[in-house]
Every structure is written in structure tokens, then in C-alpha cells.
Design a protein around this ligand. Sequence first.
Ligand code: IYR
Length: 229
Amino acid sequence: MNSPETKIINGFPFIRHVTETYPKQEVINLSKSFYEWMNQRRTVRDFSDKPIPKEVIDNLILTASTAPSGAHKQPWTFCVVENPEIKKKIREAAEQEEYESYTSRMSEEWLEDIKALQTDWHKPFLEVAPCLIVVFKKAYDLKEDGTKGTNYYVNESVGLACGFLLAAIHHAGLVALTHTPSPMNFLTKILNRPENERPFLLIPVGYPAEETFVPKLERKSLQDISVYY
Ligand code: IYR
């Protein structure tokens, strides 16, 4: 393939970017079929222990890292945990925090709000799922000379990357759970992460268990989530 056409703007290199565009009806069809397909994604808590090839996990992470980020700082690290001993440590630490949360830290309202999910402090999926992707946000960059570099819109950036990651997982016919044990500082310790990284989301990924049930939930209607001006 020819290298893309470049031009210099105020000393900075730019490359020509061509977006494939479609006739109106095709745009309607594409947007509809993508919605229908994304609407089939569900958060799943019952995993098979069937392994996922490393190449697949690499591709999922590469997809997540195509997300936009503030000043293109890409303030994220995706830690892949497949080692059963480390998964066990994570499960034990998460269950300890979750036990405290469910029995004393979460409000009555909160417990009522998640009743339909039928979750509790037990987190077997942290050992059953073949792969845990632990997403860390970089509060700031640690430069090679030891100085700090500022990152911008870190939560927004890492949230977008996680969204891309979930879409990639769905696209590969795999399932995931966005898990937020709280507090989750234990992940920094177990995974020995540097001081500039904070745990953001713990995402078990895998094939679904042979028989999987998910809560019967409704998504909000278009009228409820949108306002046109
Ligand atoms: N973190 C707990 C509780 C929990 C909280 C929310 I918000 C949920 O949507 C689901 C669960 C847990 O993972 O069980």
C-alpha cells in the first residue's frame, strides 16, 4: 500500500484521512443493524473456563486503545491476568471488600436498586473466567527522567476506552462483566502497579457458561434518553 499523503501544518505532520461514506439508505441500514447488534450485548456473570487465545486479547486491547483521549495521552494500562494464583488473590481481596460493602457500607437504597441483579459478595467469576482485564487509569504520566506529565480528561478517556473494549469483546462473540469492587486499591498492590496508576475497572472476559441467565431488564426508550432541539 502507498504511504498516506502527508502535509506539514505549522511544523507538525498531518496525513490525509479518508472516511468511507455511503448513500442515505445505506447509512440508515448500517446504523440500524449496528444498534440491533449492540443491543444484544449483555453483562454476563456466568463464564466458561475455556481459554481465550492471546492474539484475541491483544486485539481487544488494541481496539480499546483506538479510543480518543485528552491530548492523545492514552492514559491507560490494560493488565491481563490469566495466572490462577493471581486470580485467586484478586478474588479473595475483592470478596473481602465486597463482604464489607454488602453487609455494612452500601445504603438500603443501593441494595434495593441492585436487587434485580441478584448479586452478592461472592465473586466466583474472578477465578472461573479465563482472563481478567484490569484497567488502570494514569492520573499523570511518569516520564523517564522521573518528572510528572499532566494527563487530561482521564476519566472520560479511560471510560471511552473501556466502552470500545466492551464492543470489541461483544464483536468477538465473547462476554464480559464490568466489575467495580469497592474500594479497589488492592489491585494496585497485587499487580504491583506504579504510583501514577489507579484501578478503574475490573473486566472478567471469556466465553459464556453453557447455560447463562441474565436479569430481565428493559433499556430506557429513545424518548427517555434524548432531547432534540
Ligand atoms: N460492586 C458490587 C455491588 C454492585 C454495584 C452496582 I452500582 C452494580 O450495578 C452491581 C453490583 C458488586 O459487584 O457486586
